[in-house]
Design a protein around this ligand. Structure first.
Ligand SMILES: C[S@@+](CC[C@H](N)C(=O)[O-])C[C@H]1O[C@@H](n2cnc3c(N)ncnc32)[C@H](O)[C@@H]1O
Length: 253
């Protein structure tokens, strides 16, 4: 993973998304969440872990639409509070719960869940391989692992990758790199699909950025957006959706 020159492009697009108040904190919006649930083959009664569950929107969606029992985990107290409030408001506390935790050290025993999902947050901690290893550790043998993540869709220089990653606040990888990392973590029978990130929504609530980071923060975010979304429009960045199962000790399904 690339070295990050921390602070130079702060606040990043990722920072701005997190304080914007929007519900679905990933490109692809709800359509991608629906597709994620489909490829995870969620069925009533399954125990599902949503890693880095954000505002809880996806966890609640899975529970309401597929009859699954969902645990969400996130490192941010604010996100956990917001997700818990949503579960209460929507009357889902019997089937969805949220707890504070780090995706690099999941607070669950081995083989606890039928499916483990991570929507757009494997690439946020520096050690993405560790996040995948942990997801695989806590899913049952032959249980489902699904992630979606930002990918480079065109060959570009390492310098441009570094620049765009810093402005974004997370590091996209090549489609195949995520594949290899999943395999290394013990996932087999991997399938993937990838999409253009063709219509980026304007995700920044400038008033909140102003309150938190001042006028220089607003300028920085607008500059980050301009450069980053140009790269999106140029077809350099998209996202991949990956699905596989935890192999047995011999790597078979
Ligand atoms: C891009 S948002 C995605 C949230 C949600 N999955 C969604 O798609 O709306 C990234 C989330 O990852 C969380 N996060 C960042 N680092 C984390 C870590 N080490 N462990 C758990 N969650 C983390 C952030 O708090 C944030 O809620």
């Amino acid at each position: 993973m690339m070295m990050k020159r921390k602070g130079i492009h702060k606040p990043t697009i990722e920072d701005a998304i997190e304080i914007s108040g929007i519900e679905t904190l990933h490109p692809g919006g709800f359509d991608l969440t629906r597709r994620t649930a489909e490829v995870a083959e969620l069925k009533p009664g399954m125990r599902v872990l949503d890693v880095s569950s954000g505002r809880g929107t996806q966890a609640i969606f899975y529970a309401e639409n597929y009859g699954v029992q969902v645990t969400g985990i996130d490192i941010s107290e604010k996100m956990i509070q917001s997700a818990t409030d949503s579960a209460q408001r929507s009357g889902n506390t019997d089937r969805v719960s949220f707890r504070l935790g780090d995706s690099r050290a999941l607070p669950f025993s081995d083989n606890s869940f039928d499916a483990v999902i991570n929507e757009c947050a494997v690439g946020i901690p520096d050690d993405s391989q560790q996040v995948l290893n942990e997801m695989v550790r806590v899913v049952k043998p032959r249980g489902t692992v699904v992630i979606h993540e930002s990918i480079w869709k065109k060959r570009i220089s390492d310098m441009e990758k570094e620049e765009l990653s810093e402005r974004y606040g997370t590091t996209p990888l090549e489609l195949e790199e995520w594949n290899h990392m999943l395999q290394k973590a013990g996932v087999v029978n991997i399938t993937s699909e990838h999409e253009e990130w063709s219509k980026p929504e304007r995700v920044v609530t400038l008033k909140r950025i102003l309150q938190k980071h001042g006028i220089s923060g607003v300028t920085k975010v607008m500059e980050n957006e301009k450069v980053f979304f140009k790269a999106v429009m140029d077809g350099k960045i998209g996202y991949g959706l990956y699905r596989g199962v935890k192999g047995d000790i011999h790597g078979n399904r």
